[in-house]
Design a protein around this ligand. Structure first.
Ligand SMILES: Cc1ncc(COP(=O)(O)O)c(C=O)c1O
Length: 426
């Protein structure tokens, strides 16, 4: 912990720069050192015994008491620093756990709470890796995955009510790549109405936990924990990392006890974020709001201008929602529309490929959230494993491209898109 007094008065932009790191513990360096050591020397055999007792849940730390570090698969200083530093960015969070990928965060959070016979209700479309994890992998261990259509509140309520042993409701909002939004608060209210409020304890076996993959709009523009969710999950590879140069993941929760459970599984699986990556992530957190604000402003200007382009069938972007319920959810749970746009192009797959081939500034790559603009064709890349019917039903058509807007000058990007659009051979 830093020696700066942390009052609730500090605003996130200040708090993120002043907490989590004590220069005195790093020979006075103004920035954290990287502690690459795999193991830690105990101050005494008694302290070693205490550290293992606490890790094994046989003893509890009293307030203000500290414990020796043990071994870097369990914990290390750079993980502790970044897990403390990220808290003010996620309103309502009391604890965080960092992982070596977004998939590791999702998998570990799920496996910390589900057991054979339980159900996971999840919105579709959802990130392909998450879908494969639930449907192909967890299903084979007797955990039932129940897909529900993103944005369909009535259907989500009905499924939560009727599922057998529902243990997790996993919401990805907005959905990838169709930008459909799901009402987080409504799902939390439904869970609470049936199974008791959050105050009844996330630990209660009866109450399903609401987990939200907040990668697309968080941490700047959407705050699931403040809306009642139990866990906010991230691919830190995206906006948190911000430069397309690290793979990482984070789980944050209101209930520190739940993060403790998740960390226990992380120790077992060995998927903690490594010290160097923690240090990199730590350097990126103070600028995530700046980057996301710029990306969102750029994206809104571009999306709204491309909406009437003759070679564009439809633009999927929050400020262009035509559906009243989608607009209501957007206004209720998102501060800004964000940096992701999907474009349905005329000319189907050939039109989309012409567009991708002719981009000069934006790059044809999967992933998102970096300072550079990336564009991909979901139907043949990120979602290529899906059946044709599922793709059609989800609206992931042949002409759809997903654009992750960066921090370049928006006029240059718009020019790049307009030029590439003019090359579509209809
Ligand atoms: C919404 C979402 N969640 C989770 C993931 C998985 O993250 P990672 O690639 O860091 O494992 C991704 C990756 O693209 C994603 O887009």
């Amino acid at each position: 912990m830093s020696d700066v007094e942390h009052s609730t008065e500090l605003r996130p932009e200040t708090d993120v720069l002043t907490r989590g790191f004590d220069p005195k513990l790093s020979v006075g360096s103004a920035r954290p050192a990287v502690f690459r050591s795999s193991t830690y020397v105990f101050s005494s055999p008694e302290e070693a015994e205490k550290a293992f007792d606490i890790m094994g849940g046989r003893a509890q730390l009293t307030p203000g008491e500290s414990v020796d570090l043990v071994y870097s698969r369990f914990n290390h200083p750079n993980a502790e620093i970044v897990e403390e530093q990220i808290l003010p960015l996620e309103p309502g969070a009391h604890a965080a756990a960092v992982f070596n990928s977004g998939m590791a965060a999702i998998m570990t959070a799920l496996l910390a709470v589900v057991k054979p016979g339980d159900s996971i209700v999840y919105t579709v479309p959802i990130y392909g890796g998450t879908q494969t994890l639930i449907l192909d992998f967890l299903q084979s261990f007797g955990i039932i995955g129940i897909p529900v259509k993103a944005g369909d509140g009535d259907e989500i309520d009905r499924v939560i009510r009727n599922a057998r042993n529902p243990r997790v409701v996993l919401i990805e909002t907005p959905a990838n790549p169709t930008i459909v939004m799901t009402d987080i608060r409504r799902a939390c209210d439904t869970v609470a109405a049936i199974h008791g409020s959050a105050g009844d304890g996330a630990e209660s076996p009866a109450r399903p936990l609401v987990m939200v993959d907040n990668t697309f709009l968080g941490p700047a523009f959407q705050h699931p924990l403040a809306l009642g969710a139990d866990v906010s999950l991230y691919s830190a590879t995206k906006y948190l990392g911000g430069y397309s140069d690290i793979i990482g993941g984070v789980a944050l929760a209101r209930d520190a006890g739940l993060i403790k459970k998740i960390r226990a599984k992380r120790s077992l699986f060995g998927n903690i974020l490594q010290p160097d990556e923690c240090w990199i992530l730590d350097t990126r957190l103070p600028t995530v709001h700046l980057r996301m604000n710029r990306q969102s402003k750029n994206a809104q200007r571009i999306a709204e201008r491309l909406a009437n382009h003759p070679n564009v069938e439809k633009v999927y972007y929050p400020t262009l929602f035509e559906n009243a319920e989608q607009a209501r959810i957007r206004d209720a749970q998102c501060d800004f529309p964000g940096g992701l746009i999907s474009l349905d192009l005329k000319g189907g797959k050939a039109g989309a490929f012409d567009f991708l081939r002719n981009l000069r500034l934006a790059r044809n790559a999967v992933s998102l959230g970096g300072v550079e603009t990336l564009v991909c064709h979901p139907r043949t890349t990120t979602h290529s494993g899906w059946a044709k019917q599922a793709l059609d039903e989800a609206g992931i058509g042949d002409g759809l491209v997903r654009v992750s807007i960066g921090i370049e000058n928006w006029r240059d990007l718009l020019g790049d898109f307009e030029r590439a659009l003019s090359k579509i051979n209809l």
